[in-house]
Design a binder for this molecule. Structure first.
Ligand SMILES: [Zn+2]
Length: 235
């Protein structure tokens, strides 16, 4: 599957070329839409060529310009059922905790760069969305070889996308870069769910993990770092 990434240093914006047109995995922070459109243009893609928007979860750095992207396309939006209500609130849910001391320092530091409130434009996607209930496979049903995986833990509504070539777009179920040390995400709503989602990713037998933050990494890293998840205490 052809994959491009037009994201920045903070968050990746993967675009996948499906047999039915481009699929965008998430957006970015509010205010990033113009940069996103310019990034597409550099690849000779018009924003209206996007036919699917897959939201890995309703967080500010993933859903920030979802509304603008929806307005600019006739794309089908694919979201978890819990994302629908979370998107209406316009902010990240304030439950859970940081996965380590470095993560906590980093999260507290986000206030100083203006990202600490974790807000995004509230949006009602219910009229436009394929709302995923955990059982159906709406993309496979449309002959698009992408399987949706439930990956709760970072958030209750976290979902991922597995291609037939073994590429797993995991959103924030894993992370590869500062301040994460062992590929785990820095914020976790539910630690038990999070560990189970890693087991689900390992069982999925992907080849390469494409996280929303940091560079792609081999899925063998998940097995390598899985024991560290047992040591995490949320703070
Ligand atoms: Zn994120």
């Amino acid at each position: 599957m052809r994959i491009i990434n037009i994201g920045n240093r903070v968050v990746n914006n993967y675009l996948l070329l499906t047999p039915k047109g481009w699929l965008a995995v998430d957006t970015g922070y509010a205010g990033g839409f113009r940069r996103f459109v310019n990034g597409l243009a550099a690849h000779s893609i018009d924003v209206s060529d996007i036919k699917f928007i897959f939201l890995t979860h309703a967080h500010d750095d993933h859903a920030g310009f979802l509304g603008e992207l929806m307005n600019a396309t006739d794309a089908q939006i694919i979201v978890h059922t819990h994302s629908v209500e979370r998107l209406l609130t316009g902010h990240n849910q304030r439950i859970g905790g940081c996965s380590g001391i470095l993560a906590k320092i980093f999260v507290e530091g986000m206030y100083f760069v203006g990202k600490g409130k974790h807000e995004f434009p509230a949006i009602d996607v219910s009229n436009r969305a394929i709302i995923w209930d955990g059982t159906s496979q709406p993309l496979l049903e449309q002959d698009i070889p992408l399987k949706i995986l439930a990956l709760p833990g970072h958030t209750l509504d976290s979902i991922g996308l597995l291609s037939e070539d073994g590429e797993l777009f995991c959103g924030d179920a894993a992370m590869n870069g500062f301040p994460s040390v062992n590929r785990n995400i820095i914020w976790i709503e539910n630690l038990n769910n999070y560990r189970n989602s890693w087991d689900r990713m390992i069982k999925a037998k992907a080849k390469i993990i494409f996280p929303s933050h940091g560079k792609p990494f081999p899925s063998t890293d998940l097995e390598k770092y899985r024991p560290y998840l047992e040591k995490i205490v949320l703070r």
